[in-house]
Design a protein around this ligand. Structure first.
Ligand code: ADP
Ligand code: GLC
Length: 481
């Protein structure tokens, strides 16, 4: 079976967050289930530079205002189609924003073109790769099912929601340029609160909808988490399911990770000590027996980083040291730096995006704090489990589904893998941190919890099978969910 995966980022070619990890790792895992995936990516400057040898499979004299073509290549371990459209994607800055940080004003055009091209591939633009299913990720890809529907292309589609907070909501003024028939601008079409909603369109037209954890699949059907789309998601409930993310267990393997000072495994946990020392050096922390808590995150409200700022002094007072790696809201960056300056030797904050340091932190810090207000799945707690970096997480979305709280029953049964607390509550977070610090003082109990996490199956194995089943159900004409 052939699947066209449509994603605006995929490791190792381009990454701003977890979507890239998922889009980069899932194809390899699906290969074991006889699913051949080819990923359509935008031809950003950096993607084009790393493409290597490519063949042109389709051309456009004009695609949303400029010449474009679809290239086919094997790049960095992925089979890709790349939308080479310099007028849309060959620019400085990030995939979605200008170097200044604000969104590209023509994002609607860039990602409408992306969806249009996905629909053309579904229609047979490359005669050697006729997809049986189109799998679109997030709003940037979500126009694909809308175009497919109005083209009358008989290929089933799946939309996966990685984060409902990003919806691709634009003014209705763009509608005439989308190339859709007038009737598409309706409540049961692409119309959304008087404008055009790209994610909304995908949720409306896709044959199946998935999101990245079972708990988030339930949460987004409520007004508190639905971000305006809970009504539609309830209407489509029979086509909606949560499939938990896995991780790439070869890119994230403590036994072979090149970014660690010392590799280690479940039977050689002692060797973590040199990574811990390296972390303490990088973050200018005291070398002592107090636990190092790390945060590796986009610095935003979603991630609850303001709660960390509010509780910074009390976390340090609990006996933990803090190492924070992140970038995002400037106000949060400044507040974290100011807090760290109050606690020399006890806290270090590095602002920026540093993939190698993220690996070292997972392999050297004692625990990872993930205090998100909502979290569709979350990957850093999964990396933490695999690296013996015990997760302390808010009980929401995928965080709730992947970490077993060290309550008395779980400790007695030997199944605990971390700590959970009620989301968006500073005092609850602090209480979980205190429980972690206290368990850390009991070396045997701590090692038991680390080992339990390291043995947990966080690979794509089970979830890739579920995607495979979903694709097959859609092909056989069954809704899938
Ligand atoms: P989200 O996609 O919402 O940001 P996830 O937990 O799914 O959250 O994925 C975040 C990914 O980005 C992880 O791979 C994490 O290691 C990485 N990451 C986040 N911030 C940084 C940073 N400052 N430096 C390096 N990696 C980071
Ligand atoms: C989004 C979510 C995150 C999830 C990732 C990959 O960025 O915020 O929770 O892990 O997508 O699915």
């Amino acid at each position: 079976m052939k699947v066209l995966s449509v994603a605006s980022e995929a490791v190792p070619l381009i990454k701003t967050g977890g979507l890239a990890d998922v889009a980069g790792a899932l194809p390899g895992a699906l290969a074991e289930h006889d699913v051949e995936v080819r990923t359509l990516l935008p031809g950003y400057t950096s993607v084009m530079a790393n493409l290597g040898k490519a063949t042109r499979v389709h051309s456009y004299a004009s695609l949303f205002g400029g010449k474009a073509s679809v290239l086919k290549a094997r790049a960095a371990g992925l089979d890709v189609f790349v939308l080479d459209a310099p007028h849309l994607f060959d620019r400085p800055g990030g995939p979605y924003g200008q170097p200044t940080g604000s969104d590209w004003p023509d994002n609607w055009k860039r990602f409408a073109a992306f969806g249009r091209v996905a629909a053309d591939v579904a229609k047979g633009a490359d005669k050697d790769f006729q997809p049986d299913v189109v799998h679109a990720h997030d709003w940037q890809a979500a126009m694909a099912p809308a175009y497919m529907r109005f083209d009358g292309t008989p290929v089933p589609s799946v939309v996966t929601v990685h984060n409902l907070a990003f919806q691709g909501h634009f003014s209705a003024d763009i509608f005439p340029d989308l190339g859709l028939p007038p009737e598409a601008l309706a409540m049961d079409g692409v119309e959304y609160y008087g404008g055009v909603g790209f994610l909304k369109a995908g949720l409306q037209y896709a044959d199946a909808i998935t999101t990245v954890s079972p708990t988030y699949a339930r949460e987004i059907r409520t007004p508190a988490f639905g971000m305006g789309l809970d009504g539609l998601l309830n209407v489509r409930a029979s086509s909606l399911q949560g499939i938990l993310n896995g991780i790439d267990t070869s890119a994230w393997n403590p036994e072979s990770d090149k970014h660690l000072a010392s590799t280690f495994g479940v039977r050689s946990l002692k060797r973590r000590a040199s990574n811990r020392k390296a972390v303490e050096q990088r973050f200018a922390l005291d070398h002592d027996n107090d636990p190092v808590l790390c945060v590796i995150s986009r610095l935003t409200w979603q991630k609850g980083i303001d709660v960390v700022v509010s509780e910074f002094d009390t976390i340090i007072a609990s006996g933990a040291k803090l190492a924070v790696l992140g970038a995002g809201d400037h106000a949060l960056e400044g507040a974290l730096l100011a807090a760290a300056a109050r606690h020399r030797g006890r806290a270090g904050v590095l602002i920026g995006y540093d993939e190698e340091l993220a690996h070292l932190l997972q392999g050297g810090a004692d625990a990872i704090l993930v205090p998100s207000r909502f979290e569709p799945c979350g990957l850093t707690q999964l990396y933490g489990l695999r690296y013996g970096c015990v997760p302390i997480v808010a009980r929401t979305g995928g965080l709730a589904d992947t970490v077993i709280d060290a309550n008395d029953a779980a400790l007695a049964a030997g199944v605990a893998t971390g700590f959970q607390f009620a989301a968006d509550q500073g005092d609850a977070m602090l209480e979980a941190v205190r429980r972690a610090v206290s368990l850390y003082r009991d070396t045997r109990a701590w090692e038991a919890i680390q080992k339990q996490g390291m043995r947990a199956d966080v690979s794509w194995h089970r979830s890739a099978a579920r995607y495979g089943e979903l694709y097959r159900a859609l092909l056989s004409g069954d809704g899938g969910a």
